[in-house]
Design a protein around this ligand. Structure first.
Ligand code: ATP
Ligand code: MG
Length: 308
């Protein structure tokens, strides 16, 4: 289980960046919990804090019952972390050799490291490529190998930052399946920009924007709260600014939008209703944390825009 208590992170600089403000969330054991939000929302910063890679400006969190501030050693041994980093593996070593090497860092004996590595390679579907050098692995294979690496010490908590980023349909499908299996027994916390990941894996979703938690619930609860959505067309390429994030298509001089029932009135009588539907998770995202492209740029400038 993970429980955060008022986590705040401010990066010094000109201007300083308030990456996280007062984050209170819980990720339960036996569940998958997702962090969702636009670029710069603070997801990776929170992942880094929970894995003790950086310390919060204020607040604390319990990971597997240990404080990230006072018991960072125990926290580290409680978690398996999968990040987007490409530089996790020694490219001249085989997948198996890489895992055995990392296993030895967890004080596993050579024979038990090898046994564990082979078991995990089978789990992530790479058993037949155990002896292939990491340099010949595809992006999707490297992500799966990263998951195997994170599971070497059988941690009760698994944290994944964008596990399906840049990988093909079949690989991401099998990754989702693995994550669902893991979440039956462990605490799984992950970030993703793909609504399919969220729909298929997460039991609990936290929507974040500009460093704050905006809303949370199960996918079904979030969809129910969002209400009914309408697909409408207006005979103009100009859309009121606050509705621009709801645009789904521009057809010549006409604009098609998909927007919540409560906003229909803002379009006036020129709007043609094409149809209505229950919200999807994507609709929820757009409504709760979506930003128009222009807003994203504005926030980057306003908040310093400093990337690593
Ligand atoms: N080391 C750092 N120094 C200064 N600012 C930082 C640092 N790391 C992150 N930030 C800023 O903190 C904010 C949150 O960034 P973060 O990477 O956590 O967002 P994210 O939700 O993971 O975004 P993405 O979806 O693009 O991965 C951003 O404004 C970012 O520029
Ligand atoms: Mg990130």
């Amino acid at each position: 289980m993970i429980r955060t208590d008022g986590i705040t992170k401010r990066f010094a600089g000109q201007p300083p960046v308030n990456a996280l403000t007062d984050i209170d969330l819980t990720a339960q054991s036996g569940h998958a919990t997702a962090l969702v939000g636009p670029n710069g929302a603070g997801k990776t910063t929170l992942v880094k804090i929970l894995s003790t890679l950086i310390i919060p400006t204020s607040g604390d969190a319990q990971v597997n019952g240990y404080s990230i501030l006072r018991q960072s050693g125990q926290v580290k041994s409680s978690i398996g972390l999968v990040t987007v980093s490409e530089r996790l593996f020694y490219f001249r070593l085989s997948a198996l050799e890489n895992l055995v090497f990392y296993g030895s860092l967890y004080n596993l004996s050579l024979s038990s490291a090898k046994e564990r590595a082979l078991e995990l390679l089978a789990l992530v579907g790479l058993r037949d490529w155990a002896d292939t050098k990491a340099m010949h692995y595809s992006t999707g294979m490297l992500r799966r190998l990263a998951l195997a690496r994170a599971l070497l010490h059988d941690p009760p908590v698994v944290i994944l930052d964008e596990p399906t980023l840049g990988i093909d349909v079949v690989s991401s499908r099998s990754l989702r399946h693995m994550m669902r299996e893991l979440a039956k027994k462990k605490t799984v916390l992950f970030t993703s920009h793909y609504m399919k990941d969220i729909e298929e894996i997460a039991e609990q979703v936290y929507l974040m924007k500009e460093g704050r938690l905006v809303e949370n619930g199960s996918p079904a609860e979030l969809i129910a709260n969002a209400g009914k959505f309408f697909e409408v067309e207006i005979a103009s390429p100009n859309v009121p600014h606050d509705l621009s994030k709801y645009v789904v298509a521009l057809n010549g001089s006409a604009t098609r939008l998909r927007l919540p029932e409560a906003l229909l009135g803002e379009l006036g009588r020129s709007a043609t209703i094409i149809g209505s539907a229950r919200a999807t998770l994507e609709d929820v995202y757009v409504k709760v944390v979506g930003e128009s492209t222009m807003d994203v740029r504005l926030h980057q400038v306003k908040r310093g825009g400093g990337r690593e």
